[in-house]
Each structure stands twice: as C-alpha cells, then as structure tokens.
Write a protein of this length. Sequence first.
Length: 55
Amino acid sequence: MSTQRSPEQSNTFEYRLAQEAISLRQQAKEMPLGVRRTELLQKARQLDVAGEVNK
C-alpha cells in the first residue's frame, strides 16, 4: 500500500518551516519596532532551530 501526500504536504517539513520563517521575517520587516515585531523575529528563529533539530 503506497501513501500519497496531500497537496498541502508536497514539501518537506524542513522546507515548510523555512518558508514560514521567511514569511514571518517579511512581516516583521514591514512593522515598526516594538513587541509584535520582536515576537515575529523570535518565532522565525524558533522555526529555524526546529528545522535544524528535525534534520
């Protein structure tokens, strides 16, 4: 029995984490300095680490 990935899961987990980190950094770049921007950048760093740990 072969398992097929759904269209949303066609990319690897690490790739999806990296894409989300890029998206968060882009959002943060467009925001003024503040707590929300810091939170977005922190979440992006966490996603980078998660991708490395998952390897």
